[in-house]
Write a protein that binds this ligand. Structure first.
Ligand code: SF4
Ligand code: SF4
Length: 252
């Protein structure tokens, strides 16, 4: 998961530290918040829609585009750029990011990028870091030096990563999706459970789901009112419904 801009230069992350600082007085302030292809994860969307007090439908309609291409098994969602020629992030202001505390993981990690994949049987994602060294970014000229781990702690990356890696296990799974004729239906299920939590909640509570699957009353109550628990349950549901994993139990 990453953001891709024009004129970007990916450099391998060598050593354990990098020089970087970003602040309001810097000449390039907010230049990096434009011309983005910023892929959003379910947890990115959850945080932003709740920050903006929008329903899932409203957020997806106003702020995202869906991408269906041959490079991915599943539909992806990217942040819709706005303004003149649709070049700028809709949340950028003269004072910086207007949703700073709830900005997506890729924005937190920048100017570091991360390529990652889950491997079956392994608990943690395999990952490789690189620097997104864009020519306009003056942050690399600043004196402050960061250890990568300290940077991620400072930017709140780890909470996002623990959520996003669970979804990464689904989108990078080598398991078969079954017969081709079922793909459109599986893509629809993937889209709803990944990106539209309100619809997924309706699916659970209005479709007789709890008559067919074992879900204890405590969890049922949490699914009703806690979006993060609902999202994690949606990941279990996707593993069950897409790949036939035994993550959810049918009632006998
Ligand atoms: S220093 Fe780099 S990250 Fe900070 S505003 Fe400038 S371009 Fe963006
Ligand atoms: S969400 Fe915030 S940090 Fe990310 S591109 Fe938009 S304005 Fe910049």
């Amino acid at each position: 998961m990453n953001s891709i801009q024009e004129k970007q230069i990916f450099k391998p992350f060598t050593g354990n530290t990098f020089r970087f600082s970003c602040h309001k007085g810097i000449v390039c302030f907010t230049e990096c918040c434009a011309k983005l292809r910023l892929i959003l994860t379910p947890y990115d969307i959850l945080r932003m829609k709740n920050r903006l007090k929008l329903t899932s439908d409203q957020f997806l309609e106003l702020y995202t585009d869906t991408i269906i291409d041959n490079n991915s098994r599943f539909p992806m969602v990217k942040l819709k750029m706005s303004g003149e020629q649709e070049q700028a992030c809709p949340f950028v202001t003269n004072d910086g990011c207007s949703i700073y505390e709830d900005r997506p993981e890729a924005c937190r990690l920048y100017p570091v990028g991360r390529a990652s994949a889950m491997v079956d049987g392994e608990k943690d994602a395999r990952q490789r870091f690189f620097m997104v060294a864009e020519s306009h970014c003056q942050g690399f000229q600043e004196k402050r030096r960061w250890v990568l781990d300290d940077w991620m702690n400072h930017e709140g990356v780890k909470e996002y990563r623990s959520m996003n890696d669970q979804w990464l296990g689904i989108i990078t799974s080598p398991k078969s999706l079954g017969p081709e004729k079922h793909l459109p239906q599986k893509h629809q299920m993937f889209f709803m459970a990944s990106y539209n939590l309100d619809k997924f909640r309706d699916f659970l509570f209005k479709s007789g789901f709890f008559d067919r699957f074992q879900v204890d009353s405590d969890l049922k109550e949490k699914l009703h009112r806690n979006d993060t628990i609902l999202m994690l349950f949606a990941f279990d549901w996707l593993k069950f419904s897409l790949f036939g994993e035994k993550t959810i139990q049918l009632k006998s």
